[in-house]
Design a protein around this ligand. Structure first.
Ligand code: ADP
Ligand code: MG
Length: 250
C-alpha cells in the first residue's frame, strides 16, 4: 500500500532525508518517532508531494507519487494531476489549519464540493455524519475560534476523512494541545486505527504508539535507525540513539 524506497531530500547542501525505505500495508498504522530536526515532517511532506524528492520513489496503492511511468522513463505530473493525487492523501497538521470564517460543518463539507465535485446536499450530509463520528454533532455551527484546540483538531480530522483518503498523514496532531485535550484527539485516532484507516502518525505519544501502531519507526538525522513492532522498538531498542531518545520520553 505505502512503498517508500531510497528517498533522499536535501535543502541546499543540507541533507535532510538520507535514504528512507518504509513499507506499510493497507489498514496499518505506522508511528514515526524521533528527535526534532530528524526529518519526520519532511518525509510526510514528500509522501503527499508538498516536497519533491531528489532521489527515490514513493508509491501509494501502486500509484507513483508525483510521476507517471512510461516504459522505464518517469515524467513529472502536471500541477493539476498532483493536486488530484494529493486530494486522496489526508494531512492533519499540528495547528489544525481550519478556515476561520467557516463553521465546523462548512469546513468539513466544502472541501468535498471543490475537491471531489460532490453536490452540496451530499457533502453536508456526509459532514454531519463525520462530525457525529468525532463526537462534535452538537458543535456543527460553531466557528473555529469558538472551539477548543482538541475540538478544532477533531474537526480537522473529520475534514481529512471527508475526502475519502487512501491514507492519512498526521504530523504531531496533539503537540499544540493543552495536556487535558490530548486524550480526546488520541481517542479519535484510536477509532480510526481500529476501523482500518491507513495512517502514518508522527507523534511523541508513546502510549498511543504502543497500543495502536502496527509498526514503530525511529528516525534520527534523516535515517530510519529502528523499525519494528511497538514491543521491539519501544521495549528493546537496538540502537544507541533510540535508547537515548526513549529514555527521555518514556
Ligand atoms: P522534524 O519534523 O523531524 O522535526 P523536519 O523534517 O521539519 O524535522 O526538518 C528536518 C531538517 O530539515 C531541519 O534541519 C530543518 O531545518 C530542515 N528543513 C525543513 N524544511 C526546510 C526547508 N523548506 N528549507 C530548508 N530547510 C528545511
Ligand atoms: Mg516536524
Amino acid at each position: 500500500m505505502i512503498e517508500i524506497s531510497g528517498v533522499h531530500k536535501s535543502f541546499g547542501d543540507v541533507a535532510v532525508l538520507k535514504g528512507i525505505d518504509l513499507f506499510a500495508e493497507a489498514g496499518s498504522v505506522t508511528v514515526i518517532l524521533g528527535p526534532s530536526g530528524s526529518g519526520k515532517s519532511t518525509l510526510l511532506r514528500c509522501v503527499n508531494h508538498l516536497e519533491k524528492v531528489d532521489r527515490g520513489l514513493i508509491r501509494i496503492d501502486g500509484e507513483l507519487i508525483g510521476y507517471r511511468q512510461a516504459g522505464n522513463r518517469l515524467h513529472e505530473l502536471s500541477e493539476r494531476q498532483v493536486l488530484r493525487q494529493r486530494a486522496r492523501i489526508g494531512f492533519v497538521f499540528q495547528n489544525f489549519n481550519l478556515f476561520p470564517h467557516r463553521t465546523a460543518l462548512q469546513n468539513v463539507a466544502e472541501a468535498q464540493i471543490w475537491a471531489l465535485g460532490k453536490s452540496p446536499s451530499a457533502a453536508y450530509e456526509k459532514a454531519h455524519e463525520l462530525l457525529y463520528a468525532v463526537g462534535l454533532w452538537d458543535r456543527a455551527g460553531a466557528y473555529p475560534r469558538q472551539l477548543s484546540g482538541g475540538q478544532q483538531q477533531r474537526v480537522a480530522i473529520a475534514r481529512a476523512l471527508a475526502l475519502e483518503p487512501k491514507l492519512i498523514l498526521f504530523d504531531e496532531p496533539t503537540s499544540a494541545l493543552d495536556p487535558e485535550l490530548v486524550g480526546e484527539v488520541l481517542d479519535v485516532l484510536r477509532d480510526l486505527a481500529a476501523g482500518g484507516t491507513t495512517m502514518i502518525v508522527v507523534t511523541h505519544e508513546i502510549g498511543f504508539a504502543r497500543e495502536a501502531a502496527d509498526t514503530v519507526v525511529f528516525m534520527d538525522e534523516g535515517r530510519i535507525v529502528e523499525q519494528g513492532t511497538p514491543a521491539a522498538v519501544l521495549d528493546d531498542p537496538q540502537h544507541e540513539r533510540s535508547r537515548a531518545f526513549l529514555s527521555k520520553v518514556l
